[in-house]
Design a protein around this ligand. Sequence first.
Ligand SMILES: [Zn+2]
Ligand SMILES: [Zn+2]
Length: 353
Amino acid sequence: MKAAVYFGAQDIRCIDIPDSVIRADHEMLVKVTATSICGSDLHLYRGTLDPIMEKGKSQTGHELVGEVLDTGKSVGRFKRGDRVTMAYSASCGHCYMCEVGQTAHCETTQKAVYGFGVPFGNLNGTHAETLVMPYADGHAMKVPHEISDSAVLTLSCNLPAAVIANHLADVQLGETVAVIGCGPTGLMALDILLRRGPGRVVAFDKVSHRLASAASKGAVAINSTEDDWKERALQFTSGRGFDKVIEMVGDPETLQMSFDLIRPGGTVAALGVFCDNSFNLNLADVFLRDITLHMNGFANVQPFMWESLRMMERGIVNPQEYFSHTFALSDVDKAFSLFNQKADGAMKMLIRP
Ligand SMILES: [Zn+2]
Ligand SMILES: [Zn+2]
């Protein structure tokens, strides 16, 4: 079958690999109807994880809409023909960590993640014709046919992350909010938070079409490459800082921006995926200003998939609006390149096997 495999920085290609087969009773085989590229895949694409990756073997992709082809003997919640998606991290559903909602820390799968190869549990990826899901009952989900393929794809990672960001930031009526990062996840977090009756919302990005999208929803859009971004933003808070900050990028630089923008006693909800080994986190500043800091880029998606589906069904978010391009799986390299460059109005890439 065809699948995308990591060969090195800026070198993810579609090649022929052996067909997927079920090897354990808890596994499920799924035909990939469509998949997509996540912002966190760009860490892989740019080579951030290169020293630990098994080149030429690690499959990529963790966002899925598919159809069940076959199930192992102990799979009880799904049958052949079901339309399904799954959380990006494989969780069993019944270990201690799963029971307390920390599904990304599943003790059974040892924190296995789709599409990042050996260092992350040696699972296969969704950028392929078929996918094997271990412990499918624990983290797969049936989805109604009324929801579009592109919208379903956001249930694996992006939309639950946006939902979690809002739970953690817990924006109250009239509060000022800064959103850092206006990719699809940041914009969906914005969609949700605007329903919570905030005061002024300021959105940051470096890419003009993404800022335009945030502005069209009602946020004040500020390009963070401009020298005076901080002064311009803080003026909306009388200089004292934002009540809440939602960070959706995952760079040391954007975490620092969060601290530059938050007021004393405020909450930073950082859902960006941080891959750097170290960054300047000044804990004395966190202490002296009584800042609440959540960093859940390694997000516990599974418990929030149902709530995310309900938001789609009720029209609170319309994830399909964030898909800008469609590629064939054989052109996955072109999809990664365009997404990485953010060229041609790139938002989210839909990939069809
Ligand atoms: Zn993701
Ligand atoms: Zn578990």
